[in-house]
Design a protein around this ligand. Sequence first.
Ligand code: ADP
Ligand code: MG
Length: 278
Amino acid sequence: MSETLDRIRTSLIGLRMPRALEALDHTVCRIERGELTALEAIDGLLAEEHATRENRRVAVALKTARLTPPKTVEGFDFSFQPSLERGRILALAQLDFVARAEVVHFLGPPGTGKSHLATALGVAAVRAGRTVYRAALAEIVEALGRAERDGRLIERIRFYARPALLIVDEIGYLPITAGGANLFFQLVNARYEKGAMILTSNRGFAEWGEVFGDAVVATALLDRLLHHAVVVQIEGASYRLRAHADLMPAHTRTHAAITPPPPPRRRGRPPKNGAIHL
Ligand code: ADP
Ligand code: MG
């Protein structure tokens, strides 16, 4: 018996299964007391080790993806945002849009949960074993500009093109120069129909010319980013300011004007039914 246990310990060490090793003695005691069958014991040891590894994998992947602090769909208070259909978000959390390399837009005024929902979908994708990366648009443009100056633009575009899901947060807060818009366009083109994206913005699509400092590039961006796209518009009050709603000017209490997207231009392709949900 103790020889067998020693061999099991050696195997668990060799297999790098520290959690199972830790639980081994207690599990054996429980078998001896008749509380566990052999099969239940194997099941329990493997499940503990597996859960520990999975938690570690998710923790590392969330950091790498820059999905910190992590958010969840369960942690989102839908009653605070009645314009938002819970079912639609739960459907997105099934992640079919990731497999289909589609684009999800979250539009709405500050504090309405755009980044929360984008992060929550990213967290769901990480848990499902998909690669994710999140960054603010200004960071991406800055990094692409730096890479271009260093002659490493292709490498950097490849870096952003690699994850199954790229989350581009905070479109519209900081203006982008025409040169920056051009670099972002190259990235969007590299991902087009290959990898999924989530974009969050406090500005309507009609304002993208202004946001990207160039109407032509903005139109070309929208052309790709509205093809195979889901648009989720949040019209509500800021969750950050919920305790101070009475102190806020009236125009910030309800939704800011987010103009509906212009009809997307298609390039020679028949429109896909239901590709755009408004
Ligand atoms: P936005 O990106 O639209 O400006 P955030 O998603 O960053 O807003 O939300 C601001 C803060 O409020 C975050 O901490 C977020 O988790 C929280 N929050 C926003 N909306 C909700 C909600 N409906 N339920 C729970 N927390 C929310
Ligand atoms: Mg945000």
